[in-house]
Design a protein around this ligand. Structure first.
Ligand code: GLU
Length: 302
């Protein structure tokens, strides 16, 4: 009898920080949440370094991640996947999306987007913003004719690739045989859980590959979760809506669907989210002030 017959596959959980600043208490919470989830499911725990933003990521921050997580008493499988070493994987996925004609090259500069919104007559204050707070893309360069596209390419103008959200959603629904959903096992920002519908149009035509790097957060995270066999995605509720985009990409690219556990964000006493830029409650500072890993675990309260 085969030994693996009937053996349940272990869950795979990851913590996926970006080394663009020092980790703070919010990251510690997220890392502990992921680690404890893996433990409670009897699963594997991975660490992934999300360093596609080559301009902002720094080696000392990456080193800081390893040190801070080890200090917290967490342990993860090696080798660690570093996204900057896998641009080929994201390019291959982008090529498939291009072949499906659900992405288009976008030459727009920030100023052009700003001016287009201005010219719309709607006004910046009333223009819709996506869940990340960016203005929904006004569709410049979306339907330009092939000759114009050729000219811009020959001129060497730099371009991003945007998902044609309407087209992408329609094709994904066709492939899935109906509306897309995802399974939330913890809770969204308004306590939503269970099988939930997606609302990707909130994002409009999101960037799938940036001008400066041949991928984006959405594409890289979706591809990597599949490559690494992640079965249960844990992350902050700020990324809850991002799941709408990830589900579309999973269906279009024929990737497996993980379950999701979004956790609440750590806030300061005024209710503000902690941020790397504000140097909020950095784990290094807390450590220098004599806080112990046990106290951080207690603060995390998981
Ligand atoms: N790299 C992302 C961040 O640091 C997290 C990605 C994810 O967990 O999906 O916010």
């Amino acid at each position: 009898m085969a030994l693996d017959g009937g053996e349940k596959k272990r869950d795979v959980i990851r913590f996926a920080p970006s080394p663009n600043g020092w980790l703070h208490l919010g990251h510690a919470y997220s890392a502990i949440f992921a680690y404890e989830t893996a433990k409670s499911l009897g699963g594997r725990f991975l660490l992934r370094i999300e360093d596609i933003d080559v301009g902002r990521c720094r080696p000392e921050y990456e080193q800081g991640i390893y040190e801070d997580l080890a200090w917290l008493g967490l342990d993860w499988e090696r080798p660690v996947r570093r996204q900057s070493e896998h641009f080929d994987d994201y390019e291959a996925a982008l090529k498939r999306l291009r072949d499906m004609k659900v992405v288009y090259p976008c030459f727009a500069t920030r100023k052009e987007i700003h001016d287009a919104i201005e010219a719309s007559g709607i006004g910046h204050a009333r223009w819709p913003v996506d869940p990340d707070g960016a203005p929904v893309y006004p569709g410049l360069y979306k339907d330009i004719d092939p000759a114009e596209l050729n000219r811009l390419m020959w001129e060497g103008r730099s371009y991003a690739w945007r998902l044609d959200m309407e087209k992408a959603l329609a094709l994904a629904e066709e492939k899935a045989g109906g509306p897309l959903t995802f399974l939330e096992e913890a809770g969204g920002p308004r306590g939503q859980h269970g099988r939930l519908p997606i609302d990707p149009m909130l994002f409009g035509d999101v960037v799938i590959a940036r001008k400066d790097v041949p991928t984006s957060y959405h594409l890289a995270v979706t591809v990597d979760d599949a490559i690494q066999g992640v079965t249960c995605v844990t992350r902050g509720q700020d990324l809850f809506p991002a799941t709408y985009v990830h589900r579309i990409l999973q269906v279009l690219l024929g990737l497996p669907e993980p379950r999701y556990r979004h956790h609440p964000l750590v806030r300061d006493e005024t209710g503000r989210r902690l941020s790397k830029s504000a140097k909020d409650m950095g784990l290094r500072e807390l450590r220098a002030h004599g806080i112990t890993p046990a106290e951080v675990h207690r603060l995390a309260g998981i």
